[in-house]
Design a binder for this molecule. Structure first.
Ligand code: C5P
Length: 222
């Protein structure tokens, strides 16, 4: 069987990473969380006091930032210059700043180059906002996951509570809607469904049902 590339895009908290990890596990593929890469740079910018609106400064910082995505029994570990930032890149400060960092064309150019290098040779499941449209336009399988804002906020809320993190459902709804707006309205590689992507509305589906549907599509093309 050939080792293909699978692109999974969609808005914030649509369940992309949960499903992508499952698919990668079933196929013994590598899972690449591109959102974690933008979050990692954002974390560094905040830690170093670099202005998130200063494109040149961010580019210089990125060139000085190694980002490693390592598989772990629980999914994935993110290392920034060797430091484990897996949990801290999900915090509120990073989440609220990341869409500003990710809108700069030069930042995206460097990130996309790194992402393509990681996907070389196939056997990858990559999730993000622009994977099917820009990063891997030739991906054999392209999926666009969507769900209502209410449902996405509810899921993220339960995830937070299960992890013992503080969580406010109304604030989550606002944060998710705001991030969707910034990600879809930016000029460079905005959040879009690729014309050849299969759209799946996950609002009333379980993770297993979504994974099952994607596996059917994968098995047709593998
Ligand atoms: O997927 P996640 O929610 O962790 O992504 C965090 C942010 O990174 C997104 O809101 C978006 O601004 C940015 N991002 C992006 N392109 C990608 C993946 C993420 O612009 N391929």
């Amino acid at each position: 069987k050939r080792r293909i590339s699978i692109a999974i895009d969609g808005p914030a908290a649509a369940g992309k990473s949960t499903v992508a990890k499952q698919i990668a596990k079933r196929l013994s593929y590598v899972y690449i969380d591109t959102g974690a890469m933008y979050r990692a740079l954002t974390y560094r910018a905040l830690a170093c006091g670099v202005d998130i609106h200063d494109e040149q400064a961010l580019l210089l910082l990125l060139r000085d930032t190694s980002i490693e995505l390592k598989p772990s029994p629980h999914g994935q570990i993110v290392l920034v210059n060797g430091e484990d930032v897996t949990d801290i890149i999900r915090n509120e400060a990073v989440t609220n700043a990341v869409s500003f960092v990710a809108k700069h064309p030069l930042v995206r150019e460097e990130m996309v180059a790194r992402q393509r290098a990681l996907a070389e040779g196939g056997g990858v499941v990559m999730d993000g906002r622009d994977i099917g449209t820009h990063v891997l336009p030739n991906a054999e399988v392209k999926i666009f996951l969507k769900a209502s804002v209410d449902e996405r906020a509810r899921r993220r809320h339960e995830e937070n509570l299960a992890r013992g993190f503080p969580s406010d459902l109304e604030k989550l709804k606002e944060e998710i809607a705001r991030r969707d707006r910034l990600d879809s309205e930016r000029e460079t590689a905005p959040l879009r469904k690729a014309p050849d992507a299969v759209e799946i509305d996950t609002t009333s589906l379980s993770v297993e049902e979504v994974a099952e549907r994607i596996m059917e599509i994968v098995n047709e093309r593998i």
